[in-house]
Each structure stands twice: as structure tokens, then as C-alpha cells.
Design a protein. Sequence first.
Lengths: 123, 1165
Amino acid sequence: MMKEDIDVLLVDDDQDICIMMESILKFSGYSVQYCSVPEKLWQILSDKTPALLLMDMFLSGTDGRDICKKLKSNQETSSIKIMMMSAHPDGEETCLRAGADDFLAKPFDIDYFTDKVKRILKD
Amino acid sequence: MSIGSAVNQNQYISGGGEMGALIRLKDWEKTSLGEMGQWPQSLLTVLNILLSSKFPMFLWWGPELICFYNDSYRPSLGNNGKHPGILGQPAIKAWPEIWDIIWPLIEQVKLGGESVWQEDQLIPIFRNGKIEDVYWTFSYSPVKDESGKNAGVLVVCTETTDKFLGLAKIAESEKKFRNLVTEAIVATSILTGKDFVIELANDEALKLWGKDRSVIGKTIVEAIPELKGQPYLKILDDVFTTGITYEGKENIAWLNIDGILKPVYVNFIYKALLDSNKNIYGILVMGYEVTEQVHARNKIAEAEERTQLALDAALLGTFDINLATDKIIFSNRFCEIFGFSHINPSHQEFLNAVHPDDLHIRNEATQKAFETGFLNYEVSIVWPDNSIHWINAQGKIFYDENKKPATILGTVKDITEQKNSLQVIEESEKKFRNTVMQAPAGIAILKGESFEVEMANEMYLRLVDKPEKGFVGKPLFETLPEVKDVVEPLLNNVLKTGTPYYANELEVMLNRYGKKEFGYFNLTYQPLRESSRSTSSIMVVATEVTHQVETRNALLEREKQFRSVVTQSPFAIAIIKDEADWIIDIVNPTMLKNMWRKELHEVQGKKLMEVFPELHGQKFPQLLKDVFATGKVHTENEAVAYVDGNDGRKKYFVDFEYAPLFESGTKVSGVMITVYDVTEKVEARQQIKDAADRLLLATEGTQLATWDLNLQTRDIIHSPRLAEIFGHERSVNLTHQQMREIIHPADVHEIVEKAFDEALQTGIYNYEARVVHPDNSIHWIRTQGKVVFDEQNTPQRMLGTIIDITERKRSLQIIEESEKKFRTLADSMPQFIWTGDKEGHLNYFNQAVYNYSGLTPEQINKEGWIQIVHPDDREENIKQWLHSVATGEAFLFEHRFKRYDGEYRWQLSRAIPQKDANGNLQMWVGTSTDIDEIKKHDQQKDDFIKMASHELKTPVTTIKGYVQLLLKTHTDSNDNFLSGSLITIDKQVSKLTKLITDLLDVTKIETGSLQLTKEAINIGEKVKEIIKDINATTQTHTIILHQHAEPVIYADKNRIEQVVINLLTNAIKYSPKAKEVIVEIKSSEKMVTVSVKDFGIGISSGDHKKIFERFYRVSGKDEKTFPGFGIGLFIVHEIIQLHQGKIWVESEKNKGAVFYFSLPVFTKE
């Protein structure tokens, strides 16, 4: 079964943020799916292959950094670019240490955010 | 040492003939002196002098008085005696037979240090197989060793047995002579001295003088005062002065006899008496009274006078004999002469009266008369009363016509008186001859031109070794032909001129005692005059002085040798003669060259004080004077002498000796000066002493005492400070034993003796012990020393220092106590307490550390304290600690320590350097406090703030996102209100975000968790970028940049940006009325400085520091109107601090403000 390629998979337990960010990305012309229930991430990933996984650090009972490590250590998923995001002061440091390709501090300016996504997807 | 190695002893003793060889061959190791290599230099020096001397010398050396002697001495030991056995023997073994005699002398010399001189001392010694009486003239002189003690006695001696026995014989002869004088029939007396003390006078003499024995011992003037004014005293004086014998004949002397001054006629001889030195010491007076003869002769003279009248007065007996008839005609007087009382005695009767013994005289005379015509004879006659009388008969023969004798006419004279007196004279002469015969001097009378020996006394015969028979009555030169050459001219001269001849020490060759030998004589040839006044015979008085002359010659020879020894001596020697003028008699080259620095001709025979005027004012002239006066040796060591030589004045240190030289008996004839230049030695010692003094000063300065212990004798020399340390006055000299006694009894055996024994093994002496002072106070000393070993590795000396360490000990004790207290205290504390030395090595941990870690001190010692620290913290921990140690800055660090159960707990460790008064780091005192709970609490708080920040930002994210999304999606809308509202919301959301970030930063700063990610930044670029952004969003102000440099710093980019933004926003915020903010960038070699200048409300100087404090807000109505938490500058300050930078402000109220911050310029290192 062929998986569907999408540009960005958004993972955040805060659905409002998911919708807001999905809107921004869609507004910028990316194909986007979001996942506000982290447990369902694996199921989504079995169907779809995102170019960029944009994932919050704290995911209501799950640590995004663990997922990041898991994905980066799995050969199948290791090629997916992962941009972690968080409002936590230690976010950038710990996420990059967990293997994330980039980090986005919350809150952010849209232009800044879209620039980052654009750059990472270009690589 | 074996005999085989005697060759090696050459280096110590060289030459010395037989004794030198024997000394070298001797195995000295068996003697108390030990092998020669150990002999003191002083002994070797004396031995070399002794062995090279031609004087007999002997040396006793050392406590046992080991014997040495030289070749010259050796003959005195005879054959089959002590030689060579006593070489190297102790004196008591070598000289048992005379030990009692010499021991006191040796002791006297050794103890007193004065030389002893003995002359002709009888010291019998064992030699030639028996004990012989030997006479010695010797000196004992002390010999000093290096320490200046008298270690030996040098004996310089001459055997004088021969001389002494000779003198003894003379004394014996003198005694005999005196007896002779006393018993002589001729009046004889001996007058001695210039005052003519009557030493001896025989009975005859006393009778002559009319005095008794009480005159003996008195002077002649006292005894016979009446002689004053008479010529005799003058004659005595003359004889005493000239030595010329005076003979008086029939001199009249007025003597007080039985209270009446009477004339006495005397024949006498005054003869000078000479001592062995030919000095006149008295006068021998021999004489006899001739008063009666004189009277008698005077009477005869009178009679003869009357004879002229005899024919008239018939005072002569006259006779007329008819030869034919034998008939005699005589005068009455004639009859009286014959003692006949009857008138007509016959011729026969007269003939019968002639003494039968004399009859032949009368007959011969008569017979002769017939031949010559004259009759003359003297015969004795016997008177009828049997008395003997003398007659002189003279007559003339008358002849008849036939020329035949017819008659004899003549006179007879009674000459009894005359005869008697002649007899007395003859007898007296006989007596005199007897005296002469027995006189101690050889006396002979030589008669006529052939010098026939008329008489010779016993002594004379002995002198010429001839029997009386065959000598007397023969011409002298017949029996003594060998003396003719010398003596005959002399005798002839006396005979011819009538002048006496005196000769002293005339050398005459004599053939006597079976051989030809030279004899020396003191001679007088006295012409004897007959009445005709022409000299007919000569009286020879001869005294043999051969022995004296030979003795003197031997002495001269010895003096010659002595001079040669002096000249060759390696010591500087000079001999000064003449007590008055001090003439330089002998001086050897050593003295000339080394001391006087003059030529021989400049000094010899000159007066000492004229050659060396610089001696005036020095002590030497007085010493010399004393030696001349007292005859005592003067020795002095290391005296200072100034001598002006030809090369200028020089100062010497000299060991010198002024030794008197005796000519005869006790008279000092000269002084031998021996000088040994010790200048170099003294100067060297002076230097050593100076050095020692300096050392002493230095050691005294450090309160160090020094000591030097002789391990052989246990003699100790110490500095004054030592006595002080041992509780005595500085002047006290302590013995080693005394010092040991002062040591605390508990320390003597345990510490001091132990250390001492150890030192003898290891060479190092070191201990600390207590001493008990006389006041019972206890003090601590530290002794340090080292042992000096000789080649045999035998310990010889120990040198060292002692210091009083009582104070140090006390302070150490105090420190120890204090430390003990500290440890007790520290150990009772729950915190970890530790100390480190100045190098940073930790050397103490309190009990809590061990309790916590479960480690033993040994484990910590072995593995180090770092094992307790969490592995993750170790690197930083060590780095920080080394930094503190290097800089002396306080150490403050948080790290985790492993507990005994494996759990790590956070600790806050602080260490503060302890510095001395000079600011030098002494040690570190550290504490570690368990902050695990606090740390966890902080972590929780930190976590909470972070989560709070996260939670606050999450909704903001949504809002901000949507607002910006709305703005994006509605940018084309003309709804100004909507877009304006959205912009405002976005701005306020940004502010809110910043506030949340600032609060979080403050929290991070407070917990120390603000982490920097440093990189190289071009600060100029960064500032430009920020200014550009702010200028873009600010309408009110323009930010102007003045960049003077392009420095690069090593810093956290975001944090520096945060600082610049903060300062710029503040500048804008607090200068609402201004339009510009000026930024300047300057750089020095090390620091870059950025300033932000505004033209706003300014800050009063009192607030310049406070504005960087947390939550500080400047008070005042204007300031209150400005919003804010008051945390912005706090964060800025902290960030700059974390970058090792500085931040400050220059401002005045209402005059704007300039904020500066400076950061280190990045360097590749």
C-alpha cells in the first residue's frame, strides 16, 4: 500500500494551536494534517509520509522528544524532518539534543515561522 | 705499622744520622705516641731540630715523657748502657736510677714553662756496664705543642765530668795550700778582695802583727789600723791592680804590739792570687821579721866602725904568733873573745878551743895563708863554759929575711852575734824554701847564665815530670831541651835587663808523662838580685793552666759550632752582646732576609738600637734589658713587632725567645734572639677568628648557640649563647657532663643519648629535648650537629648548633591545642569541613566527611577526595579549585557528593584562603553544606517557573498566531479599525511575551541556571542589526551609531542582543522628549566598550549602583510614571557579569544618561 506524501504533519495536544498553525501553513500553500491526540500519531504515520513533522514538546502524557528519538532511530522514519516546538525555556536545548532538526519557540511571528518551514522543506 | 714501611716515615723525619735512622725504623705504633703519621707537627719540628743539631740534645715528649736523643747525645750513654734501648721508652723506664733527681725538674719545666739550667750537676747514670758518676751541665726547656701546652721537655746538655773533676782537684790543691799556709812557719796570710779582708793568717803572722785571731775576717785596715799612712796599703793596692809581685826586704813597719808602737823589720812578698779566670781575687802575704838581724847588723856596723879604732882601743882581739916558736902574743880582748879568764893561755889552748868540727877550717885556712900570705877563717869555738861562739880570724903572714914565714899577725873578732843572725836567716830561708817546695805553684830558681836549676819545688818537678835528682843542679836546657827555643830568650832577657817577665798561658811543648805535649803555663820570671845589684838568678813561678786553656778552647770551639748552628738555623736568630751597647754579634741569613730585611754589613757589629731606631717605643728593648739583668729566658708568642727593613716598615707577628748566654757562671754575656715569623698564621687565624666572630654575631643574632665537642676528650667549646640557653650566665663555660645534667631526666636517655649514639653511626645529630634551668623552669632546645670522622672513620669531633625552641614549642602546643579544639569542634559538626595547604592539597576532613562517604581516611588519602564528587561535576570542580588556588580567590561551588549508600547529594562547597599578615596564602579552610533539599526545592521552583512560563506562553501563542494570521488575511481589507486593533493586540501580546521571558530570566539568574552558549561575534555587526530593527519599528527616536572599531567578542549572541535591546528600549523609554539615542563602540587592546547615550530624565548619582539591583525602581514622581518590573537592568547586569564584563552608568538628574558595558576582546587563545 502506498503511503500518502504530505508536506507537514502537525502534532500538538492543543487543538486550537493545531488549527491556527494548519491555517497558516495552508495559507502558505502547504499540504498539512494535524494530530491533536498523540496516540494516533503512529496510525497516521502508517498512512502518510510527511516531509516535515512539526511537533510540540509536551504532549499531555507523552514527551515529544521521546517520539523524536524513536522516529530518528527508526530507519523508515528517520528521513522525516522534525521541527520541535515549545514555550518551555529548556525546549530548544533538549529538543535538539533529542535529535530534532529544528526548533520553534512559542509564541512566534508568522513570517518567522513560515520562513523556517520554507527553509527546512527546501533542504 | 711494620718496619717495612719505615721508608714512608722519611716524610716526617729526615736526616739525623744514626738516631734519625733509628727513629724512622722504630715501630712507634706500640708506644703511646702511636704511628708517626699521627704525631703533632710540633713534635716533628722539635725532632728535626734535635736531629740536625750538633749539640747533645734529648727530648721527653708527651704525658709518658717518651725519650728521643740525637747523635751528639749518644756518647754520653756510653757503651753497653741505655743506647739504643731507651729511644721511645717512657722516661720513668729509661731513667729509673735518676728518676728522683730529674722528675722534679721535668715537672717544674712542664708546669712552670720556665727553662731550668743546672751546672756541673752530678747525675750518675748506668753506662759502660756500671753506674758511673757523671757530671752534667744542662738546660731543660719546655716545648709547646699546637695547643700551646707544654707537651715536652727539651734537654740540651754537655757532659762536664772531666771539667768538674779537674776543678775538684784544684779545689783539693787549694785546700792543701791553705793548710800549708796555716801551718807555715813563715808569717803567712791571705787577703781577699779590694778591701783586703784577712781570710787566713797563721800564728806566725798574728805574732808578727801583735794581734790575736779576732782579726780574721776583718779588713786589713780594721785589723791593723796603724798601717794607715804607711806604704803597705798602697803596695797592696798596686799588687791587686797590677798583679805584679812585690818583694820587700828589711822594710820597717810600725806595728802596735802590746799597746806600744814598735818598729818591726820584715822581709815579705805580696803576691796576687788569681782565680781560675785569671782574675785577681786576693793577695798572698808571706813575710818574716828581721828586726833582730837588722839590729845585729847595725851593731856589727857599729863594731866595724869601732874596728877603725880597734887598734887604739884594742877592741879587737889581736894576736901575734911566732911560727918558729909557736908562741902567741895576744891582747886582753883576744883572751875575752875566747872566754879565757886567765892571763896566759898557750897557743895550743886557743887551738883546742876551736870546735872540733871547724878545726879543719882553721887548718885549711892556715895552710892557705901560707900560700897566699893572708889568713881568713870563721870557726866556732867552745868556751870554757861550753858555750859556742863564733870567731872570725884574719891575719897576715910576715916573712923573715929568708922569705920564710916568720910570724902571723892578726885580729880575732867575735862574730857569734852575726853568725847567729845568719843562722836565723838561713833557717828562715830554709823554711821559706820548704814552703816554696810545697807551694801549689811550681817554683824553681835558675842560677847564672846557664840557668842551672838551683832549686825546684815538688810542683815544679811535677809540672816538668822530672825527678829532683838529675834535674836540680843541672842547666835547665840540658834536662828540658824542648823548651829552649821558647824559654831561653825570655830568661836571657830577664837576666840582662833585670825586669821581671810575666806570661799568661804561655804555650810550651813538653816531653812529659811519656809523650810530647803542649802545656799552658802562667809564668813569672823574677830576677833575684844579689848585693851587687846585678841579676844572678831567676825565680820561676809557674802554674799550669793547660786544662783551663783547653777547656776554654773547647768552649771556643763549641761557640764556633754554636755560631755555625745559629747561622744555618732555619729560625731567625741573632745574638746580641754587651749589656751596655747591645752589639749585634751574630745574625743568621734567615733573620736578615725574612725579618730585618737588611744586609749583613749594615747590622753586624753595630748597636741594635742604632740599626733599629723603631724599636724605641716597642716593648722589646725593655725585655732585652730584663734578660740581660735577670738571666732568665723570655719567650713570647705572637707578639707584634714593627721592623723597618730596606723595603719599608713591616708588621710581624712573631714567636720569639730571648735566651741569655752565660759566659762564666751567672754573668750574662749576650742574648740569643730566636724569632719565628707567625704573621701568616696569626693573620689566617685572625681571618678565621673574624669569620668566626661574624658567624658568632650571625648565630647570636639568630639566637643560635654553637658548640664543638672533641669526642676523644669530651672537651666542649661553645658560644656564650649556649650557656644562656642552658640557663646560665653568658660567661659560664659548661662542660659536656654539665650540659647532660641540665637535660630533663626524662629526655636524657630516651632522646639525647639515643640521638648521640645514632650520630656516631650516621654522622647526623638531631634532637629536641627539654632542659631544666637552675630556677627549675623547663625549656625546649633543638640540637643539630654533625660528626667529623678521621681517615679511619673514627669519630673525632662533633659540631653543631642549639636553639631555644621553647616559644616555638609553646606556640606549637597552643596551635596543637587549638587544632585539637578545632578538630573536636569540626568533628562534632554535621557540615563537611576540610582544609587544604597553599598548594591546594586537601589535608584534613572532619568526621562528617568520613561518616557521609563511608570512606576511611586511608581510602581518601589513597584515591583522593575527588572520588566523592559526582563524575559529571569532577572536571568543573577541579578547574574551579585550581583557579582559586592559583588566584587566591574564594572557592564557591555546587557539586554532588556520593553518599555511603551510592546516592549523590548536592553540596555547596566554600573555601576561604587563610592569609598571613603579609597577605601570603597559608591554607584553605573549606566547608561543604548539604544543599540537596534546597537544590531540589529550587529545581522544583525552577521547573514551576518554566512550566508557568510555558503555560502562559501557550495561549499567547494561539492569540499571536491568530492575530497575525488575521492581519495577513485581511491586509487587503479597508477596515482600518480591524487592522489597527489586530496590530495593537499583536504588540501587547509581544510585551506580554517579553515580561514572561524576563521573569523567567530572573528566576534562572537566581538559581544560577542561566546558561550561556558562547561563540565569536562581531559586536559591531550585531549592534547595527539591532539598531536597524528598532529604527524600523520606532517612530519617535532615531538611534545613531558611532562605531570606532570592529571588535570581536566571545559571547552568547542572544544574551548580548538582549542587553543591547534592553539598553536601547530604556533609552527611548526614559527620554520621551528627546529624538536621538547615540550608540558608540570603542575598543582597546583587551576590552570593547559599548555606550548608549540618551538625552532623557537622567539618574541621580545616588542611584547609579542601585539601578542594577533586582526589582529596584527609581523613586520620584516622574519615574513612577514609567511602567516596568524593575528587572531589565538587573538581567543586563547579570548577563554582562557572566561574560566577565562590566556595566556602569554616567548620568546626572535631568541631563540624560550614558550606559556603558565592556566585554573582553576575543582572542584565539
